[in-house]
Design a protein around this ligand. Sequence first.
Ligand SMILES: [Zn+2]
Length: 408
Amino acid sequence: MKLICQIFIINRLYSNLNIRCNGKYLKSTLALGQDPIIKNEYFLIHFSSVNKTGTKYRVKNIKQVFVKYLSEGKATLRFEEPPHDLCIKGETIQLKCFMRLLKSCVSGDTKERHLPNLSNISVTTKESVPTKLIINDRSEFPSKGLPRTLETLHIVGLKLCNFRREILLLKHLVVLDLSNNEIETIPAEFGRMPSLCELHLANNKLGVNGKIDWRWLFGPQLIKMLKLLDLSGNNLKYLPKCIWKLQKLITLKLDDNMLNQLPATLGRINSLRYLTISKNMLSSLPCSLLQCHLEYIDLSSNNFHHNNITSQLQRNLYKYYVGSLVHLSSEIVLRNKFFYASNLIPWTLVQFLDDANMCVCGAPVVNNKFYVNNKFELKDLFRVVVFDNNRNSTVDFECYYCYKCCRR
Ligand SMILES: [Zn+2]
C-alpha cells in the first residue's frame, strides 16, 4: 500500500546534539511492503522529491506511533534505528487506512491482506497527487467525486444554482473559483474551510434575495486565512459590518453591485491593499478607509459628485462630553483591536461595536450621530487610483471626529 502525503523527518541524533534541523515537509510517498524472502518481515519505504531511491525502514524497528492528531490527518512514526521521527501529514481517511494496515503488520495479523513484495515497489511520477482541477463543463465532474487532495478548484460558468457540498470536504483547498454561476446561498459550514486563501465568487446571485446569510464568510477558520475575496457582480446592496473580521484580507473586489455605502468597519482591515468598487452607487466613502494603506483603488462609475449631503456636525458637540461606561469600554476594545463575537459577548454589544466608526485620526468613535462630509483628493492618499475620466479624483468622505482637535 502506498500513501501519498507530506513528510518531515526529524533526526533525533541531531536534536540530542542540539543541532537545529531546518527541515520542512516534503511531498512524499510512503510505501508498505513485505520482504520477498523472510516471512512476516515488513518494510516502510519513504520516497520524496529529494530522495527518489527511497529510504528503507524496518517495521520491526518502530519504537512508538503517535496518533493523537490522526483525525486531523497527522501522525508520527518513531524508529529505534535509524533514530528518525517521520512526521506525516496526509488526507485523513487515507492516513487512517494506512495506519490500520501498519498496525496489522506490527501485530503480524496480515493473513487477509496482500502486501506487495519489496522488490516490486517503485514510485512513478504519475502517482503525484491531483492538486488542481478545472471544470468547464458539467460532464467533466470526476465520477468518483472531487479528489480530496485538491488545492485549486475552478468550477466556472456552469450555471450551477447550488453550492456543491462536496467542496466542504476539500481540506487542502487554497484557491476556489466559482465565478459565473448562479449560486444564491453558501452553507455556513463553508466558514470552516481550513486552508482557503482565494475565493472567487464573481457573477453569481448572492444578493438576489436581499437578505444574505453571511455566516459562511465569517467562520472561525476562513477569517484566519482568506486573502482574496471577489464578490463582483452579485447584486449586493450592502456589505456586512463584521467584514472587519477578515484580518488577512489583501484584495477585495466588489465591482458591479448595488452598494450605496461601505461599512465604516472596512477601515479596520489593516492588511487591505487592493480595493475595487467600480460600477456601484456610492456617493461617499467612510473616513476609516484613510487608515488603510491601499495601493490600488478603483472607484469608477459611481455616484460621487452627485450628492449634496449637508453637514450634520454640531459645533459645540465636544463641549463637556463625557462618554458612558459602554462608550468608554467600547473604545478600549476597539482601540486594542480585541476580537469579539456573539459567542463571547452579548449580541447587542457586538452590534454596538460593529456600528462604531473611526475618526480621521484612526481612533474609534462610538458616539456616531454626528459626522461631516469632507472632500479628499484620492491621489494624495492612495498609490493607484482609477476614477472616471475627465474628473478630478476628489470625493466625499463621511468624517467622524473623536475630539475637536482632530478636526482641522
Ligand atoms: Zn481623532
